[in-house]
Design a protein. Structure first.
Lengths: 214, 214
DNA sequence: CGTAGCACTGTACCTCGGTACAATACCGCT
DNA sequence: AGCGGTATTGTACCGAGGTACAGTGCTACG
């Protein structure tokens, strides 16, 4: 049976959790725990210092991490997800809710409760619509044909940098940046940097594909 | 006790589900079900015609909808979420997994299993980083000060349309589009349409705020 | 009725983005 | 050595994006 480890500031809610989950363990300092076992379930308050690092560490070791918060925010949710967390829930949630979070997470799911998912979907939903970017199969294939340098340039352009700024970043001439971009536009069948940014935002993961890098 | 309703093409997996959940009801045509009760749990195969509409309808009536698919895709996941679905899972998932999905969903959570959430987070994660767009509090306040027309222009620009295209869309001159955009840039403290698009993609929900429209 | 805010338009001007044409240099492969 | 792909840079050109300055018309508000 996997362990349940709760981490929160001294006194915060831990008594309530202890009553609901007597077999769980409790602590106020994740740093004190050197290693967790795969399939362990860690509950970490986002008010603890270094919670992101601990979330990353525990996740890397194979444990499931659920982040508990007192104030839900979109930024925190995303940070949590990128650190490898699998669940995000309000610290005052009922034990019943915590139990279902645990069930989902330990079956490989994600628990992103509350209205936050709505905002998340709203943002991402926009991406799906982008009329300016038809996202033909050709474009997705084109992504794979980008060279390493072209991908680097794309990444910066998609962050809103100008040609001059990209040039400075890579210590190359603005002309070279333009050359890379022209190649990218042709491969992806788009017309300008704005459409590129939209495409990268909706298919950014393709930029990380190392299939042709080098 | 709320009902469980399974909808799939005749024969598809329903026998297996019936063994695992004897008290559930089964059908192959969601249209045949006029109304569901709040807190009912509907399982719909995405291979059924009109599954999006039925998902919307059932969600509107207060039921929880889980979409089951034979081929998981990012687009389908987003469509499902925007239709009000709360869970997305492979149709061949084990009864144990289905049970945990049900638990999460009926406690108000979302179940977005599989690696798809990874892609989703990768896309959205980019948004958080956008260095070109510092997203100061001033900018977020600025969003609220946008007029109705300015918001409309923003929405199209954020889709990748050129000034000329926006002008044609609204039957106004290109000059007027530029005027609106200049006002937007100043209010949001950004410098060009690309940064605007990034800002809208990351805070698109602010465009829908009607607080100052009119 | 005056004023303020918004939508809308025009001309002029400058910068930035993107393309065309052209060239050099490095690397790996045959 | 020759070839193909990539990275790099240059000059020139043109259109799109954005700003400055200036103006009209509408509506809501005191």
């Amino acid at each position: 049976m996997s362990r349940w480890l709760f981490f929160s500031a001294p006194g915060v809610e831990s008594a309530r959790w202890a009553r609901a989950f007597p077999s769980a363990e409790f602590g106020c300092d994740p740093s004190a725990v050197n290693a967790v076992e795969p399939a362990d379930l860690c509950w970490i308050m986002s008010s603890l210092p270094g919670w992101v690092e601990h979330t990353e560490r525990f996740s890397r070791q194979g444990a499931f991490v659920v982040v508990m918060t007192l104030v839900e925010s979109r930024e925190e949710l995303l940070t949590m997800l990128r650190a490898g967390g699998r669940g995000y829930i309000h610290a005052l949630a009922s034990p019943e809710n915590l139990a279902s979070v645990a069930t989902s997470v330990m079956h490989g799911g994600y628990w992103l409760g509350s209205a936050l998912i709505g905002e998340l979907v709203a943002s991402v939903g926009n991406l799906v619509e982008s009329e300016g970017v038809p996202r033909s199969p050709r474009q997705l294939i084109g992504f794979k044909s980008l060279t390493a340098r072209e991908r680097e340039v794309c990444a910066l352009v998609a962050k809103g940098l100008s040609n001059k700024e990209v040039a400075r970043e890579f210590s190359i001439s603005e002309r070279t940046v333009k050359a890379h971009l022209s190649a990218v536009f042709e491969k992806l069948e788009i017309r300008d940097r704005l459409q590129l940014a939209l495409l990268v935002k909706s298919h950014g993961h393709l930029l990380c594909d190392k299939s042709r890098q080098g």
